[in-house]
Design a protein around this ligand. Structure first.
Ligand code: ATP
Ligand code: MG
Length: 426
C-alpha cells in the first residue's frame, strides 16, 4: 500500500483535495478547484460532448459565448430523489456520474503529483445533506458510487466540520472545547469537539466528538435572497399580464423562484416554459423586463449574473455600500445595496433560521456559551459580516478564530484517516 492517502472535500462551490503522507501524518500538497462542469455544444452534433471541470469549465463557457450546458452546485442534486439523470448530447449522466467528473479531475491532479494511482481516501460529507433521512442516505450512497467510479477502492466518510476541527487542533497548545462552524455554499454545519494537541495521533477520538448538527442554508441561499429582492424585479416580478381584457394578473411566481436558484434555472430552458414566457411577454404588453427574462434564459446568462451577485455579497464583507451591477445583452441592472439593507431586509430570514438553529443545537446538547472555549469559523460564507456578528455577540470577539476558509475541511479529512482506518480494524 502507498504511504499517501487523499482527503477530499467535495463542496457545493469549491472542492479540495489534500494529500497526506500517512507514515508521518503530514500534509504534502493541496489542490482546490471550483465545483463546476461545462459541456460545450460540439461543432458537429454527431461528435461526443466532452465535459470540462473546474477553472477550465469557466474559461470554456466564456470562450463558447455561454453556449452549452454549465453546471454549478451539483452537490445539491445528491439528495434529490426526483433527479434520475440528465441527458447531455448522446449521453445520460446520473448524479454520481456528474460528481465523479469532479472527483476524477482532483484525483488526476493529485496522482500526477504523487506519481501513483492512489485509491484510498477520506471523503467529507455535510452533517445534513437533507433533513429527510431517506434523502440523506441517498446522497451519501450517490457520493459513494461517485468515489468508486473515480477509482477509489478504500474510502471513509467523515463529517466536514470534524475535518475542520482536526485542522484547527494542529494550531493549539492546550485542550479546548471548540465549536466548529462551517459555512459553505450549500450548508452550515456545526460540530462540538474536545480538542487536545496531545491526542492528535490517537486512533479513537469518538469520545471527543461531542455533538454534530447542520442546516441546509449556505452562501447560495444568500445569493438567492439577493436575486429575489434586487434581481427578479428586473426580470418581471411585479409585472402584470392581461389574458382577459381588464383583468390583469401577476406573472407566475414560479418563473422567479426558478431564476433564484441555480438548480432550478434549467427548468425554464424547456420548450414548454419558453413558450409560456413568450406568451407572458405578449400579454404583458411586451414589457422589457419580461424580455430580460427571455434573454437571461436564451443567452444562458445565469452563471455570469450570479457571479455579479456573489461579488456584491463579497464587497459587503469589506464595505458598507456596494452595487449590484449587470450589463449584458441589453439587460441593465444597477442596484445599490447597503450592509444594513442586506442584513435587515435581504438575508434576514435565512440569518434568523441559522441563529435559531444554533440556539436549538446548543440547547439540545446542553451547552452554555461559557462552556465553549473557542468558536472556529470556516467556509467562505463565514466571512459574511452579519453572520459572523451572530457569533461575536453570543460568544465574544476573543473566542472567535478562523483559518484557511477554503481548505481547512480537506486538510482535516486527510488528518482523520488514522482515526477512521483504525476504528474500522477494531
Ligand atoms: N470573501 C467572501 N465573502 C463572503 N462569502 C464568500 C467569500 N468567498 C466566497 N464566499 C462564498 O462562500 C461560499 C463557498 O464557500 P466554501 O468553498 O466554503 O463552500 P463549499 O465547501 O463549496 O460548500 P459546502 O460546504 O456547503 O458544500 C459561496 O457561497 C461563496 O459565494
Ligand atoms: Mg464546505
Amino acid at each position: 500500500m502507498s504511504k499517501y492517502i487523499y482527503g477530499i472535500d467535495f463542496g457545493t462551490t469549491n472542492s479540495a483535495l489534500a494529500i497526506l503522507d500517512a507514515e508521518n501524518n503530514n500534509l504534502v500538497k493541496l489542490f482546490t478547484i471550483p465545483s463546476l462542469l461545462f459541456f460545450p455544444e460540439p461543432v458537429n452534433p454527431k461528435e461526443p460532448v466532452i465535459p470540462t471541470v473546474g477553472n477550465d469549465a469557466i474559461s470554456l463557457y466564456v470562450q463558447n459565448r455561454m453556449r452549452g450546458r454549465f453546471m454549478k452546485s451539483i452537490k445539491k442534486v445528491l439528495p434529490n430523489k426526483s433527479f434520475i439523470d440528465t441527458r447531455i448530447g448522446s449521453k445520460s449522466y446520473r448524479a454520481e456520474d456528474l460528481v465523479a467528473l469532479i472527483l476524477v479531475h482532483l484525483k488526476k491532479l493529485a496522482d500526477a503529483f504523487t506519481g501513483e494511482n492512489i485509491t484510498t481516501a477520506v471523503i467529507g460529507r455535510p452533517v445534513v445533506f437533507d433533513e429527510n433521512p431517506e434523502k440523506d442516505a441517498l446522497a451519501q450512497e450517490r457520493l459513494s458510487k461517485a468515489a468508486k467510479i473515480a477509482g477509489f477502492e478504500e474510502f471513509y466518510f467523515q463529517m466536514e466540520p470534524i475535518g475542520a476541527a482536526f485542522t484547527y487542533e494542529r494550531q493549539i497548545k492546550n485542550q479546548e472545547l471548540v465549536l466548529v462552524a462551517d459555512f459553505g455554499g450549500g450548508t452550515s454545519d456545526f460540530s462540538l469537539m474536545r480538542l487536545n494537541p496531545e491526542a492528535i495521533n490517537q486512533a479513537d477520538r469518538k469520545a471527543d466528538m461531542l455533538a454534530q448538527g447542520g442546516i441546509y442554508i449556505g452562501g447560495d441561499s444568500f445569493d438567492s435572497d439577493i436575486m429575489w429582492n434586487k434581481g427578479t424585479p428586473h426580470f418581471g416580478r411585479g409585472v402584470k399580464e392581461e389574458f382577459t381584457p381588464g383583468k390583469p394578473i401577476d406573472l407566475p411566481l414560479s418563473y422567479f423562484h426558478s431564476i433564484c436558484s441555480w438548480e432550478k434555472m434549467n427548468f425554464l430552458d424547456s420548450l414548454r416554459m419558453k413558450l409560456s414566457i413568450a406568451k407572458s411577454y405578449n400579454f404583458s404588453g411586451k414589457d422589457y423586463r419580461v424580455k430580460n427574462l427571455q434573454t437571461l434564459i436564451e443567452h444562458n446568462l445565469g452563471y455570469v449574473l450570479f457571479k455579479q451577485i456573489e461579488k456584491v455579497k463579497i464587497d459587503l464583507t469589506k464595505v458598507d455600500d456596494a452595487i449590484f451591477e449587470f450589463n449584458e445583452s441589453e439587460i441593465e441592472i444597477n442596484e445599490p445595496i447597503s450592509i444594513q439593507e442586506f442584513e435587515e431586509t435581504i438575508i434576514d430570514k435565512n440569518l434568523e433560521k441559522i441563529e435559531n438553529y444554533l440556539q436549538e443545537f446548543l440547547d439540545k446538547n446542553q451547552i452554555n456559551n461559557d462552556d465553549v472555549d473557542v468558536v472556529f469559523m470556516t467556509g467562505g460564507t463565514s466571512m459574511v459580516r452579519p453572520l459572523n456578528n451572530i457569533f461575536v455577540k453570543r460568544f465574544g470577539n476573543e473566542k472567535i478564530k478562523s483559518g484557511d476558509n477554503f481548505n481547512s475541511v480537506a486538510m482535516g479529512l486527510a488528518y482523520s484517516f488514522k482515526v477512521l482506518a483504525e476504528a474500522e480494524v477494531c
